[in-house]
Design a protein around this ligand. Structure first.
Ligand SMILES: [Zn+2]
Length: 336
């Protein structure tokens, strides 16, 4: 039987493999030293330190200073000395019926359904207004926004579901929620972040903050649009505090792992990374901030093409939203 290698088949494999490439490459025999995200010899063209695996877009991405950028398919072809059709078959076997996590489309809703769900939630929410539940939640953190970002909305009553015993969702309660759009640099909305709130605090649910569809892969909440300057932080509250303190355009990456993978828009010349101080834990906040700084300076070619700074709060366990809130308290005491 002739093997079909049409666009839709390739597209399907690409979609299923997205965000899982490191695991795929490893399982197909790519050596650990290649996947380390450190400079080393290029599997395609040799040398000693010209190559780095980055997985920047979740496509098994790499960059070689000599032969340029590429993705998981190209890397596999070089390592296994096989043609595209052959590595496509291998990757297909991995993501299709292999022992890895089931493909998205088996149980999870289709991208089209997710897109409609996101639109429905967003349409059911309203821009932030003084005194609405989301605004009260932010205000309780000293975050009084004169012009609330258009990428944030308040949903009056959003169901909170948990997987039940039979893995069907079970409604735990309904609370107001702060919704945030998660976008790629080109503006495409990839997901929504939800913070369930109640009476100026997080709602009493197991995980009051959740991303609607996982795998946001370097996308972010664009709170205030980037100019040639941009500030970034992990949390939405932290990013808003940074904006109030500095007046700068700011984005929230939502998680340390995602901060590290952030996609920067074209034209940004100065980036300030406002890291969380996780010195009381695993230093994850600092590590991802410096990993982002390092990656971007490398990609820019020289340190002068992009001015990157990393700011870390002095106190272990604090983020900049904590610092802002403490200062807001002090200001209120002085004014009293
Ligand atoms: Zn190369």
């Amino acid at each position: 039987m002739a093997e079909r290698m049409d666009e839709s088949r390739i597209e399907r494999v690409k979609q299923r493999a997205l965000g899982r490439w490191t695991e795929i490459l490893r399982s197909l025999g790519v050596e650990e030293r290649i996947l380390q995200r450190r400079n080393g010899p290029c599997p395609l063209c040799g040398g000693t330190d010209r190559f780095q695996y980055t997985d920047k877009f979740g496509q098994g991405n790499y960059y070689c200073r000599h032969c340029g950028p590429g993705g998981g398919f190209k890397l596999l072809q070089a390592v296994l000395h096989e043609d595209f059709a052959s590595v496509l078959r291998r990757v297909e076997a991995c993501v299709g019926t292999g022992g890895m996590a089931p493909p998205r489309d088996a149980a999870a809703p289709s991208p089209e359904r997710m897109r409609r769900l996101m639109q429905r939630l967003w349409d059911g929410a309203r821009p932030l207004q003084p005194g609405d539940p989301a605004d009260r939640y932010l205000r309780a953190r000293g975050l009084e926004l004169a012009s609330p970002p258009a990428t944030l909305r308040c949903h009056p009553a959003l169901g909170y579901y948990e997987p039940g015993h039979d893995s069907r969702p079970r409604l735990l309660g309904t609370y107001p929620a702060l919704l945030a759009r998660i976008q790629r640099p080109d503006g495409q909305v990839v997901s929504l972040h939800r913070t369930w709130v109640l009476d100026g605090a997080k709602a009493p649910v197991p995980e009051p903050r959740k991303v609607l569809c996982p795998g946001i892969q370097g996308a972010a909440v664009h709170l205030y649009p980037a100019t040639d300057e941009l500030a970034v932080a992990e949390g939405i509250e932290t990013a808003l505090a940074v904006h109030l303190a500095t007046g700068r355009p700011v984005w929230a990456a939502l998680a340390a792992g995602n901060l590290e993978r952030l996609w920067l828009p074209q034209g940004v010349r100065r980036l300030d990374i406002w890291a969380d101080n996780d010195a009381d834990g695993g230093f994850e906040g600092q590590a991802s901030a410096y990993a982002l700084a390092r990656r971007l300076v490398r990609e820019a070619g020289t340190a002068t093409a992009l001015d990157v700074q990393v700011m870390v709060p002095r106190t272990p366990g604090q983020d900049w939203a904590d610092v802002w809130q403490a200062q807001a308290r002090e200001r209120a005491l002085k004014a009293a």
